[in-house]
Design a protein around this ligand. Sequence first.
Ligand code: OAD
Length: 243
Amino acid sequence: MKGDIQKAREIIDESKTIVAFSGAGMSAECGVPTFRGKDGLWKNHSAQDLATPDAFKRDPRTVWQWYDWRRSLIKPLEPNLGHYAIAGAQERKDISVITQNVDGLHRKAGSQDVSELHGNIWRVRCTECGMEKDNTDVPIDILPKCDECSGLLRPAIVWFGEPLDPSVVSRSSELLSKADVTIVVGTSGIVQPAASMAAYAKESGSKIIEVNIEETPGYGIADVFILGKAGEVLPQILEEDAL
Ligand code: OAD
């Protein structure tokens, strides 16, 4: 692993433009409840049952109660040393973040350029007029209403079966096409578009450094694969005086 870390540091040293592409594993050490594991269950509902447009249409109250519960779990959590290492590298490098996480922890750590592919749990959007804004209330009013048109607000999150926001996708593609190196961290690469995005970066000439606690299907395309935790590995490869 030491050799891999050295190699990753060399690639990063030579790079001007860096993208950190993160998934659920990035926040695992902070205690963010996972979607698929047992800790994601709430009153016997699974995320797959609740995070859908149909569930919200049928029973918005239950979906909001579930999000209120998730918000209450996430609110006290702090970023880990990996989030801070990415934010800290902004001082020396052109580094942006593309994340599948909705917890807002990259921004909380101080990263400025964050593209959130699946939205953000701290934003709400009106189902009538489309107005979107920050909302960090915990507890939140169940069935919150839009200030402008009184329409029902929903979490500004991409649910199962919904398309990603085209402007976020095109910004992400632009960043990946220009990246000298893409650090793929804590994502299984099973869920689209994660798998295709890392491959797109590679095709566009980016080196790939992957950080994960287990081998992933993406392993084959990585120039360097580092087996380890995001919060431990990222400071070692990104901080100037880490070695
Ligand atoms: P997954 O849950 O599919 O994968 C998490 C990955 O993180 C796995 O490969 C783990 O091995 C790895 N991992 C766990 N702990 C780690 C740690 N401390 N350091 C490094 N790696 C670690 O999560 P994603 O790939 O993010 O979608 O899945 C993407 C999407 O699936 C989520 O955004 C969500 C979910 O359905 C929506 O909400 C639309």
